[in-house]
Design a protein around this ligand. Structure first.
Ligand SMILES: NC(=O)c1ccc[n+]([C@@H]2O[C@H](COP(=O)([O-])OP(=O)(O)OC[C@H]3O[C@@H](n4cnc5c(N)ncnc54)[C@H](OP(=O)(O)O)[C@@H]3O)[C@@H](O)[C@H]2O)c1
Length: 297
């Protein structure tokens, strides 16, 4: 099979499309014929050797966590899924023609493989940070960096729960945020004043790591009402960094229910082939993805 791999940490040029043996699922795992793999910022962070504490990586290594595809082998002890089922989930080395998943759910009807590959990590993260920040229906959640994958999911899940949302994004994404039911404003000079004009804020999420944690504390009045997923310096301001994943199967089940009710849609910003993985990483790192980038196999 074809698989994206790298033999040294570094820039996108270390990525190679190689021939490899098909992997086999261990107990509690499944193998899928990958139809699409989601491109997450953590994929290029691992490739750069940035996050090896949280993601120990032996070289040569494959790339990718999220995927959607067709089950073609089932590991020992797995129940409730059969060869031929269409699933989306999380595993390892998903930028490949075949990959092993450790957590999955049946794909909701009406979703393409390409769309489905964009959901798993994004929805797990969104549900986790909404839970950890402790925001209640009727309260207002400020989301810094609201137009990306995680932001798109946070906005829609929060609105579905009756939480008001103010999101920050570039000028190009203001209408996108409004379309997801949020009040929107731009980041950059004067942004805290623009947020204040939109109303008081009960809790805040930093999803972009753009150095705004002190302002989020100021706007909420309490560091315990702020959570970041992207600023490792946040503890200096008494703010939690959320980095420990919750249950992926639970997140996928909730995503499937929201999708079925028409309450959650993560747009595909752009699709790439396996041979274009380096371009996908460059574009993701540029930092202005709306929704999710996806590799189509
Ligand atoms: N700790 C964890 O568990 C965890 C989990 C998932 C992701 N993450 C991290 O969280 C971050 C977001 O992930 P993602 O998948 O949502 O990324 P993404 O899809 O690449 O989105 C990034 C978003 O950041 C926005 N942005 C860029 N500059 C900004 C600024 N100065 N202020 C506010 N927003 C800005 C962009 O919107 P515009 O185009 O409008 O600028 C873009 O939509 C990444 O750094 C990722 O590594 C951490």
């Amino acid at each position: 099979m074809k698989k994206v791999s790298f033999a040294e940490f570094g820039g996108p040029d270390v990525l190679r499309l190689i021939d490899a043996e098909k992997p086999h699922p261990g107990p509690g795992q499944i193998r899928i014929a990958v139809r699409a793999a989601g491109v997450n910022p953590v994929d290029w962070r691992i490739r750069e050797g940035q996050v090896l504490g949280a993601h120990p990586t032996e070289l040569p290594a494959g790339v990718g966590i999220d995927a959607a595809g067709i089950v073609d082998e089932v590991g020992a002890g797995v129940e409730g899924v059969e060869v031929g089922d269409h699933v989306f989930g999380e595993g390892a080395d998903t930028y490949a023609e075949f990959a092993v998943l450790g957590a999955w759910a049946r794909m909701p009807g009406g979703l393409t493989f390409e769309e489905a590959a964009g959901y798993p990590s994004v929805v797990e993260t969104a549900l986790r940070v909404i839970r950890e920040v402790g925001v209640e229906p009727g309260q207002t959640l400020l989301v810094s960096g609201a137009a990306g994958g995680v932001g798109s999911a946070v906005l829609q899940i929060a609105r579905d729960r009756g939480i008001e949302v103010i999101g920050t994004a570039s000028a190009a994404n203001q209408d996108y945020l409004r379309g997801l039911g949020a009040l929107a404003t731009t980041y950059g000079d004067g942004w805290t004043e623009r947020v204040r004009r939109l109303g008081p804020v009960d809790a805040a999420l930093d999803l972009s790591g753009s150095g705004v944690v002190p302002e989020l504390v100021e706007l909420t009045g309490d560091p315990r009402k702020v959570v970041t997923i992207a600023d490792l310096g946040a503890s200096a301001f008494g703010v939690r960094f959320s980095g420990v994943a919750g249950s992926v199967p639970d997140a996928l089940a909730e995503a499937a229910a929201l999708i079925a009710r028409g309450k959650l849609h993560i747009p595909v910003a752009r699709s790439y082939t396996l041979g274009e993985a380096a371009a996908a990483h460059l574009d993701s790192k540029a930092g202005h993805t709306r929704g999710r980038r996806v590799i189509v196999v």
